[in-house]
Design a protein around this ligand. Structure first.
Ligand code: SME
Length: 141
């Protein structure tokens, strides 16, 4: 239980650091597969609290990434029909899956109040970050 808390605490710090350092990262969170259920559960985040702490696989941008295993960059959330709105201020979103031992076990989700802010650099950076997080989770599990 202490180990779990410390991973959660460290991931919250990662979220806070990203949200504070990168001007167009307005909400940063990690979702993980909820046990054996076909759903994601919010694990740690920085930014406004969200009602969407549980997201079924396939629903919204996050749920789609849970089944596609691919990055999902959304330059304009209004153009998406399978989208779950957390705040009316959000204009764009990026979700990058997190693989632990090759398995898609979660994701980092970032909302932006800026229009079309994400580039290939964000994807590369977040993929690298998720690899580092996976190393922590492998040791912690
Ligand atoms: N917008 C996400 C839901 C999570 S909130 O952004 C924190 C989605 O469509 O899956």
């Amino acid at each position: 239980e202490n180990e779990k808390l410390s991973v959660e605490h460290r991931l919250t710090q990662v979220c806070e650091l990203l949200q504070e350092s990168i001007s167009y990262y307005d909400w940063v969170g990690f979702y993980f597969k909820n046990g054996n259920k076909e759903e994601l559960k919010l694990h740690s985040f920085a930014g406004e609290p969200t009602d969407h702490t549980i997201i079924p696989f396939g629903k919204g941008i996050c749920g789609q990434v849970a089944v596609s295993n691919n990055n999902f960059v959304v330059p304009d959330v209004k153009a998406q029909n399978n989208y779950i709105a957390c705040s009316i201020n959000v204009k764009a979103e990026i979700v990058v899956p997190l693989f632990v031992n090759g398995e898609n076990l979660g994701q980092i989700d970032i909302d932006s109040h800026t229009e079309d802010p994400f580039s290939r650099e964000d994807e590369d950076f977040l993929e690298w970050m998720n690899e580092k997080v996976a190393e922590v989770l492998e040791v912690g599990s």
